[in-house]
Design a binder for this molecule. Structure first.
Ligand SMILES: Cc1cc2nc3c(=O)[nH]c(=O)nc-3n(C[C@H](O)[C@H](O)[C@H](O)COP(=O)(O)OP(=O)(O)OC[C@H]3O[C@@H](n4cnc5c(N)ncnc54)[C@H](O)[C@@H]3O)c2cc1C
Length: 490
């Protein structure tokens, strides 16, 4: 039996391990941390269960497929429930909120609170998003993009879909109200992109959400990882945790295997990297055969933003807080400019607040609430000293929430801890401490992104946020499908 090694156990790594197994490979996963899941790992503290990263589950069929590979039903392992509303946008500037939901009737009413005329614009936006979705998601997200001629062939349709526009630019063509424009263009931030520079292909998210809804995995995203782990064990995939791959073993331009924790050598027919491709090319392939993604090129790439994630449990329930709240600060373009271009830690922020206990009371002790709040910040290229800044930044966020939607928050906090870009660098080996590898700009998408099949090395492949199609749970699950296509055609 041919053997495949998967380095890293994020959703992309898990999905490719399962797909390789279904294709008859003997599969082994090596994960640096003490649990699997990557950014979807779980912190358990004092009875609270904190999902560390992804919380919004869209395109659930991508999970169903992984179970169906082995003629199994996902529902028997993990349940998904639809959320209502999908998201609540809270504008701190004027204390208004916008509930965005599956029901178009309700969404119309909410849009009317801001600008009645934008109802028509919204429908036009969704209709245009459907066109992008038909090409960008249905046709291209699972297509291998390692062939330049394939990329050339796609350019006319990408231009027709105006993918040279940015997400914010395209939304602005349909929506007039300032706050609605912000709400409807914020999605790239959950994938590491600046809405004012991310290619408008990502507007397909509007239609993707309408087509399949916004879901929550009961038991949290960690429950989903647990279900996938069970499936992997049943299918005899070997999982090794606390196993950092410290080197890729090569013979000229061929990858032969891996070295784990600077000691053990393991050989395989194929090595699939779910770790950060930029980190991998920089640190695990120190050989003159590593040509395309050399240090010089890596230093010129545009890296996604960093994240400050504050996890906290409260001794009381904040019943009025929706499952997903986007807390908008007063500035939008200016704040994005500070994070992505000026790379400074601004005094203000916009936040994503997760309250899983709105849907699932098992995530916290009785009568308590479980939260995390995510604040996009510059990545480590900004040289912010997080050891100095973190506590002040945390207190500012708590104060802002306390003064608006979470009264008396400070005195009700039971447990509280955070992750800064330093932790993304140290825990996930993410180059420059990014939240999502390289940015999803046009010149770093598809053929321009890290290829799923290495350009320089035989037997070496990439899945996950840094490779095509890109970050986000649907993106990394799709990258495993791309990889399956590539390997099946070899
Ligand atoms: C806070 C946060 C919130 C998010 N919210 C959402 C959301 O709601 N919806 C959504 O769709 N997406 C969301 N995302 C994005 C999404 O989580 C990621 O894009 C996706 O999970 C990344 O998966 P991946 O396959 O690239 O692997 P990762 O999750 O990045 O995992 C890679 C794994 O490789 C391991 N590794 C690295 N180097 C080595 C090595 N040398 N040896 C062994 N192991 C190694 C790491 O420890 C890690 O476990 C969010 C991300 C974050 C951080």
């Amino acid at each position: 039996m041919k053997k495949a090694i998967v380095v890293g156990s994020g959703f992309g790594g898990i999905a490719s391990a399962l797909r390789l197994r279904a294709n008859g490979y003997d599969v082994e996963i090596y994960e640096k941390l003490d649990q699997i899941g990557g950014r979807a790992r779980v912190f358990k503290k004092s009875g609270y269960t904190f999902d560390a990263g992804p919380t919004v589950i869209t395109a659930p069929f991508l999970f169903d497929e992984l179970f169906e590979l082995f003629s199994k039903k996902r529902e028997k392992y993990i349940k998904f429930v639809k959320l209502e509303p999908w998201y609540r946008f809270y504008f701190s500037e004027n204390n208004k909120h916008f509930d965005y939901s599956e029901s178009l009737k309700k969404t119309e009413k909410e849009i009317a609170k801001f600008n009645k005329e934008d109802i028509e614009g919204y429908y036009k936006l969704v209709a245009f998003s459907e066109k992008i979705f038909n090409v960008g998601f249905l046709k291209l997200s699972t297509a291998p993009f390692h062939n330049f001629f394939f990329m050339l062939k796609q350019l006319p349709s990408l231009f027709k879909l105006k993918s040279y526009h940015t997400v914010f630019g395209l939304v602005g063509k349909f929506i007039k109200n300032k706050q609605l424009r912000q709400a409807l263009s914020i999605q790239p931030l959950l994938l590491g992109g600046n809405p004012t520079s991310t290619t408008s292909i990502y507007n397909l998210i509007h239609f993707l959400e309408r087509k399949w809804g916004v879901h929550y995995a009961v038991g949290g995203t960690g429950g989903l990882i647990k279900a996938l782990k069970k499936l992997m064990i049943e299918e005899n995939i070997k999982i090794s945790i606390k196993s950092e791959v410290t080197k890729l073993i090569t013979d000229r331009n061929k990858v032969l295997g891996i070295e784990v924790n600077n000691k053990k050598k393991i050989f395989a027919d194929k090595v699939v990297i779910n770790a950060d491709p930029a980190f991998t090319y920089k640190n695990l392939l120190k050989t003159p055969y590593n040509k395309k993604w050399n240090q010089n090129r890596l230093s010129k790439l545009d890296y996604s933003m960093g994240l400050f994630v504050l996890y906290f449990g409260t001794k009381k329930k904040y019943k009025n807080i929706a499952h997903h709240t986007i807390w908008m600060g007063k500035r939008y373009e200016g704040l994005l400019d500070d994070i992505f271009n000026k790379q400074i830690l601004a005094e203000d922020f916009s936040l994503y607040l997760h309250r899983p206990t709105a849907t699932d009371k098992t995530m916290a002790p009785k009568n308590c609430d479980c939260f995390y709040v995510l604040s996009p910040v510059p990545n480590l290229l900004a040289k912010i000293n997080w050891k100095v800044e973190a506590e002040t930044y945390k207190n500012k966020i708590i104060k802002a929430l306390e003064n608006t939607i979470l009264p008396n928050l400070q005195k009700n906090i039971d447990v509280c801890f955070y992750m800064t870009p330093d932790d993304f660098k140290n825990d996930y080996l993410s180059l420059n401490g990014t939240g999502f590898s390289i940015s999803p700009i046009f010149t770093q998408s598809a053929w321009f992104r890290f290829h799923n099949k290495s350009e320089d090395f035989k037997n070496l492949y990439f899945v996950g946020a840094g490779s095509h199609p890109g970050a986000g749970v649907p993106g990394v699950l799709s990258s495993a499908k791309v990889l399956e296509n590539i390997i099946a055609n070899e």
